[in-house]
Design a binder for this molecule. Structure first.
Ligand code: ATP
Ligand code: MG
Length: 425
């Protein structure tokens, strides 16, 4: 029989890696609520045109990274390589226009046919945030603040926000012409890819990682902004200053996809080598029109969960609050009852079923428990547990119900200590 193996570029996670992943998602879910972004869910696959039309035929994603196949009855379909296009499609086909401006967030799997390497997978996972139907630069600012606070709360160090403007259509068209002229003068010295991009999408040459392109990309003319685009960018910068979010201006920052206008940004770190971008996005005022909808200004970002997980500098395992240690056959069902009492009171309790007492105690300690409930024959007979405060070593006989208050207090203390540690980090 053929030996079954995981598909290339997919991951199965357990233990620390899975805990980190879950911590990134939980932090995202918490922070998005602080910023008033509602949840949105979109399908994992769409008609191929949803991505091909919005992301641009010449983008890397559409030209070589999509997982596309013929379906039996719906023609060509594609596994989502990102969220924005699907959300924009839903905005139109679900009639979400009535809710505009819409602040939405989602997360889940995305698929790209890439050569797998560290931090680059074929199935990866993204966090995504979008504001659809707002032309206000303050929407960009709020969205950027959300991204900055997320990275901050994850405790990721050495992150810098790079910021640029791609101008409005007018400034962009002029710039495009200037770039074509600049690159055409060095056509034969450019990489094959860039020679091909030259007329179709010269902006993407600026983004090239090929060393043959870098000198010409670095010496390329920068955009001359129209007064309107200048004003928009000025408001974005002023908003970020007011919120205390630091940024670096990077006139060569472009986003790989065609649909961007005005604000473009990337949060980068030098900790991941070539995969240094952890959160990226910008304003895409042209996208919904490209799907056949009305002009609808919008701005958004996406972040790779795997890359964020790799950067967490601390253990992300959820600590338990109480350890229950039954001794002997009779204590087993009593332990289940005690655990139920605690869990229904909102306390994370784990039963350590077997092994030497000292060994079980050290496992309870490693799991973060602040209290232990030891149950022997005497406790079962008396309807109590031997309650032990693992910080002070103090012991008492209590009913399972009476342990709820002291355990809750211990858990609150532990949470405060963790928060203070996070503040000083
Ligand atoms: P890169 O330059 O690394 O290829 P990208 O510009 O293609 O990134 P985006 O389309 O902006 O990436 O996607 C947003 C984020 O999703 C990236 O910053 C990254 O964290 C993550 N990401 C993109 N592709 C992959 C992948 N194949 N594996 C893991 N994470 C990815
Ligand atoms: Mg890519």
């Amino acid at each position: 029989m053929e030996k079954l193996r995981p598909l290339k570029g997919t991951q199965s996670l357990y233990g620390e890696a899975a805990d980190r992943f879950a911590h990134v998602v939980a932090t995202f879910e918490r922070v998005r609520r602080l910023y008033g972004f509602g949840r949105v869910e979109v399908p994992m696959f769409e008609m191929t045109g949803v991505f091909a039309r919005t992301m641009g035929e010449t983008s890397d994603v559409v030209s070589k990274e999509m997982w596309t196949f013929e379906s039996r009855s719906e023609g060509s379909v594609t596994l989502r390589p990102e969220f924005t296009a699907g959300i924009a499609r839903a905005f139109l086909s679900e009639g979400w226009k009535q809710y505009a401006p819409m602040k939405v967030a989602t997360h889940g799997a995305a698929f790209r046919y890439e050569r797998p390497q560290k931090g680059r997978y074929r199935q990866f996972h993204q966090l995504d945030a979008e504001v659809i139907g707002s032309a206000d630069p303050m929407a960009d600012v709020e969205l950027l603040c959300f991204g900055a606070q997320l990275l901050e709360e994850l405790g990721i160090e050495g992150v810098r926000l790079k910021l640029n403007t791609l101008g409005d259509s007018e400034s962009r068209d002029n710039w495009r012409a200037a770039l074509i002229e600049h690159f055409a003068a060095h056509r034969s010295e450019l990489s094959e890819d860039s020679q091909e991009r030259l007329e179709k999408n010269p902006l993407r040459i600026l983004d090239s990682k090929d060393p043959r392109d870098r000198p010409f990309a670095d010496s390329a003319p920068t955009m001359q902004l129209s007064a309107e685009a200048e004003d928009f960018f000025g408001q974005v910068k002023a908003g970020l200053d007011a919120a205390g979010v630091a940024y670096e201006l990077d006139p060569h920052l472009v986003r790989g996809l065609d649909y961007y206008r005005h604000t473009a940004f990337e949060f980068v770190t030098d900790q991941l080598g070539a995969q240094g971008t952890v959160l990226a996005g910008g304003r895409y005022d042209g996208l919904i029109e490209q799907l056949g909808g009305p002009h609808t200004p919008a701005v958004g970002w996406a972040a790779g969960i795997e890359r964020l997980s790799m950067l967490l500098d601390h253990d992300a395992k959820d600590a338990i609050e109480a350890a229950i240690l039954p001794m002997g056959e009779e204590a087993r069902t009593y332990a289940i009852r005690a655990a139920q009492v605690l869990r229904e009171a909102g306390i994370a309790a784990e039963i350590f079923w077997s092994g030497k007492m000292a060994k079980r105690m050290s496992r309870a300690d490693a799991a973060g428990a602040g209290a232990a409930l030891i149950i022997g024959e005497d406790e079962v007979a008396a309807g109590t547990v031997q309650y032990k405060d693992l910080r002070t070593g103090e012991q008492r006989q209590l009913t399972p119900e009476d342990t709820i208050d002291p355990i809750t207090d211990l858990a609150a203390e532990a949470m405060l200590a963790e928060w203070e540690e996070g503040e000083s980090r």
